[in-house]
Design a protein around this ligand. Structure first.
Ligand code: BGC
Length: 333
């Protein structure tokens, strides 16, 4: 009898906890990394918006380590969060942790990067194919027309599904030009873990292999653009070769103003992070917020929302990044 009432008590305590947690949901946010500037903003905006909505957030960051990130997610599951929001380091490796979340009946939202072959509930991101198209179009529009242009391509982390989508977008623009003989890819490679030092090595290898006659380097984000530009600087080529990027990192905006980087892609992170917080809170409360699209992740059509992106160069830096409050004009001096 005593045993039974103890069980009953436990059950009631559990029920109260569940009820309380739904009124004030607890969100588990698992990040791949906080190294790049953007992810710190994503985190801060997400937490602020969640707080406004009465939710609290437990944040974990895995420092680009799959084993660690899977452990992070397992620990959030054992802490019985009401919903998981995950930026996977590796879109395939994370499938295992999503299975555990499914078993624990905790909904999962993939944030910015897709989780493959898994029963996730939402995918909230920017239009990543459009990011790649914007980068390649910017470069293509400025390449020499009187001879075949020589370009280097530096892709992102091969473990990040987004890196493939950026490449896909770039391919959409570059492939016809390559086929027509107007563009020649003199070197290409993937920058492991999106590390600037890996991009620098790729750029060094490109110059060693193809020489200094390079017109453009289509780089997939600002961090790796920074690495590539360092390599160009060593060869006295910075500012002479068009370099693309993405994220509107402060350092990249400075480079754009100095002329060593031509463009970046601004992704209004506050839109994505606050959308994600709203969706997470609604899902935690048992709702099914409307998506605007779907994307197949190898297992299912995932309800998805794609936020818009903006091409930025020196001519519109003020009117976009500054006007939107992403960077203060004073910080760009
Ligand atoms: C994001 C980019 C970011 C990159 C490296 C990608 O998945 O979409 O914004 O620069 O990861 O962190």
């Amino acid at each position: 009898m005593r045993h039974l009432s103890a069980l009953l008590l436990l059950f009631l305590a559990g029920a109260t906890a569940a009820f309380a947690s739904r009124a004030q949901p607890v969100i588990g946010l698992s990040l791949d990394t906080l190294k790049e500037e953007r992810w710190q903003r994503d985190r801060d905006t997400f937490i602020a918006e969640a707080k406004k909505l009465g939710a609290s957030v437990i944040v974990q960051s895995a420092n680009s380590d799959d084993t660690r990130q899977i452990r992070d997610v397992e620990s959030l599951i054992s802490r019985q969060v009401d919903v998981l929001v995950i930026v996977p380091h590796n879109g395939e490796a994370m499938t295992r942790a999503v299975k555990s979340a499914n078993e624990a009946k905790i909904p999962v939202i993939a944030y910015d990067r897709l989780i493959l072959n898994s029963a996730i509930d939402y995918y909230l991101t920017f239009d990543n194919v459009k990011v790649g198209e914007a980068q390649a179009r910017y470069a293509a529009d400025r390449l020499p027309q009187d001879r075949p242009a020589r370009i280097v391509r530096i892709y992102g982390a091969p473990t990040d599904n987004n890196a493939k989508l950026f490449k896909q977008g770039q391919d959409n623009i570059l492939r016809p030009l390559i086929q027509a003989g107007r563009v020649q890819v003199v070197h290409e490679d993937w920058a492991l873990d999106w590390k600037p030092e890996n991009a620098k090595k790729i750029m060094n290898a490109a110059v060693t292999k193809a020489g200094r006659a390079i017109d453009a380097v289509v780089v997939s984000n600002d961090g790796t653009a920074g690495g590539a530009i360092q390599a160009l600087q060593e060869d006295g080529l910075a500012g002479k070769v068009l370099v693309t990027g993405q994220d509107a990192d402060l350092a990249a905006c400075h480079r754009i103003l100095r002329g060593t980087q031509a463009m970046t892609v601004y992704k209004p992170l506050k839109n994505l992070a606050s959308l994600a917080a709203r969706v997470a809170v609604e899902v935690a409360k048992g709702g099914r917020p409307a998506a605007t699209s779907t994307l197949h992740n190898g297992l299912k059509d995932v309800p998805s929302i794609f936020e818009a992106i903006v091409t930025v160069d020196r001519s519109n830096l003020e009117a976009t990044v500054v006007a939107d409050g992403f960077h203060r004009a004073a910080d760009l001096k």
